[in-house]
Design a protein around this ligand. Structure first.
Ligand SMILES: [Zn+2]
Length: 325
């Protein structure tokens, strides 16, 4: 009996995980910003990018599609907020998807939204829908692309959240985003103990006790754009000492960007330049390994290896040596 119950539980788990998400933009989804990127400006202050941005070829009015079958849970209208016009759906596996910067809503809900706007004005409106009122089929338009809120150009901002919207997950782990051939890893510079250097593989750089405070200016270059990484793992003499992973971010850490980015980072909607901080500064759940408190006194020379993983799970390895000065 117990065994059958276990099998039943297993089946339920499999079914719950079986929701397949599709890209909210039809055709080949071209990503223009990745999950967890640094955002430096705007009404809500420096924050993490809690979703991915998909290109609509800078066009408004492109249908933004439900990523899976789901029920409408919320519509937001607020042009002063970062997200502008927003639709949130709830799916069978209890996850929620969010679509932002919309220029228009689906015809199915548009007249209802307009009547709410005419009654309450347009300052900030949040409409929470009763459970299971409006159903959207996977691939059905929830709205149309635009640049409401803080969007430099029309595009689709897409998020995947847990049931109570306390966590955002990297949507790139849920939908298929082909790797463009021109995507390439770029390492611009590194900083050790506040000194800036050009990165040269195998080179020796000085460090001060108790340990080198390393910051890396790295990204994936894509067309004229750069996008952020998924994970950075740092090894001292082949021992993992630090691991920053952007797989999921609690919403309460929305503004906790200085835990993993240095304040040299720039993101103003037109240029992107992120400095990853590879030492503990302030607490964050994004750091999965932190061996610094138990390092003790380091040897005079330390081989540093930093494994950088991009959003397609391709790895690039940075190697250099630090020597106590
Ligand atoms: Zn975005």
């Amino acid at each position: 009996m117990k065994r059958y119950f276990a099998l039943f539980l297993l089946l339920v788990t499999v079914i719950l995980q079986a929701v397949n998400f599709i890209s909210p933009v039809a055709g080949t989804a071209l990503i223009t910003s990745s999950f967890g990127e640094f955002r430096g400006s705007g009404n809500r202050g420096p924050h993490f990018h809690m979703g991915i941005d998909l290109s609509t070829n800078m066009r408004s009015g492109v249908p933004i599609l439900a990523a899976a079958d789901g029920w409408l849970v919320r519509v937001e209208i607020d042009d002063d907020d970062i997200y502008g016009n927003v639709v949130v759906l709830e799916h069978e596996d209890t996850t929620r998807t969010l679509y932002a910067h919309l220029s228009k809503f689906s015809p199915k809900i548009d007249s209802l939204i307009n009547s709410v706007i005419s009654e309450f004005g347009k300052k900030r409106i949040v409409v929470n829908f009763p459970a299971k009122t409006f159903f959207f089929k996977a691939g059905e338009a929830v709205g149309y692309s635009g640049q409401t809120g803080e969007a430099a150009q029309p595009h689709c901002h897409f998020e995947i959240r847990n049931a109570d919207e306390t966590f955002c997950y990297d949507p790139a782990n849920f939908i298929e985003i082909p790797r463009p051939r021109e995507a390439s890893f770029t390492v611009k510079s590194l900083v050790i103990d506040s000194e800036r250097y050009t990165y040269v593989e195998g080179k020796t750089y000085p460090f001060k006790d108790p340990y080198p405070k390393i910051m890396l200016n790295v990204a994936t270059a894509l067309n004229k754009n750069v996008i952020g990484l998924k994970e950075l793992k740092m090894y001292f003499n082949e021992i993992l000492v630090y691991d920053i992973n952007f797989g999921e971010i609690p919403i309460e850490e929305f503004n906790n960007v200085w835990s993993v980015y240095s304040n040299d980072s720039i993101s103003d909607g037109y240029s992107y330049n992120a400095w990853y901080k590879l030492y503990p500064d302030r607490g964050t759940s994004l750091v999965k390994t932190n061996k610094f408190p138990e390092l003790g006194r380091l040897p005079a020379r330390v081989n540093v290896k930093i494994v950088c993983t991009d959003m397609w799970n391709d790895e690039f390895v940075i190697r250099f040596v630090v020597e106590r000065r």
